[in-house]
Design a protein around this ligand. Sequence first.
Ligand code: YSA
Length: 230
Amino acid sequence: MGFETAEGPEAETEYYNFDALNIPADHPAREMWDTFWLRQNELKVKSLKLKVEERLLLRTHTSPVQIRYMETHQPPFRIVAPGKVFRYEASDASHDIQFYQIEGLVVDKNISVANLKATIETFYSKLFGKAVKTRLRPSYFPFVEPGFEGDISCVNCGGKGCSVCKQTGWLEMFGAGMVHPNVLRAGGINPNEWRGFAFGMGLDRLAMMKYKISDIRLMHSGDLRFINQF
Ligand code: YSA
């Protein structure tokens, strides 16, 4: 489908993780991402070209890669950015403090939500090797407008309802939306000329579903009995 792979640093600046994504310091949406902050003077991350006043953190999502890529490339483009992210939150069977996400960003002329839906449906159908339906529900992320939370038809029961999907027939899998004009501007792209869509999904939960893994914490347990199965 013409996507290139992009990468960004795991130790990220506050600017790329939040501000450039339309989440200024006083924005309540920062609470959506419980953050590990780094003690800057103990780090020597030269590649980040830090200004003194920029606070460092462990990136809470792969969305900062959107900005880094836009700053250095001219549209049209299509990228995916897989990578590790970190959150300062309590762990349980489906939440860990470190996990993987994959980000998608498409910027072109005449891009619409229909392109987003078709792209994501193709991705999941290929991944699970069978036709998968998607459903978009209105949601809020500061870096998109409109924003969605996305479900796929349950790959365990085909949408009929089972214990995996809690009898709903749907599984919540990703966040997405049309890229907010402020985010395009932060990336140096003219929002009057270009439009885009973006999505972000948790890869560990995807792997859990595909391989029927019951607890996300097994992924980083270092237990060879677990690892050797793959
Ligand atoms: C939204 C819109 C876009 O245009 C682009 C990206 C996004 C996603 C946004 N950056 C984000 O991080 N949303 S999220 O906080 O809901 O996380 C996305 C996915 O990461 C979740 O659907 C879930 O699959 C996974 N996730 C979140 N916290 C997790 C986790 N996986 C494991 N452990 C956790 N603690």
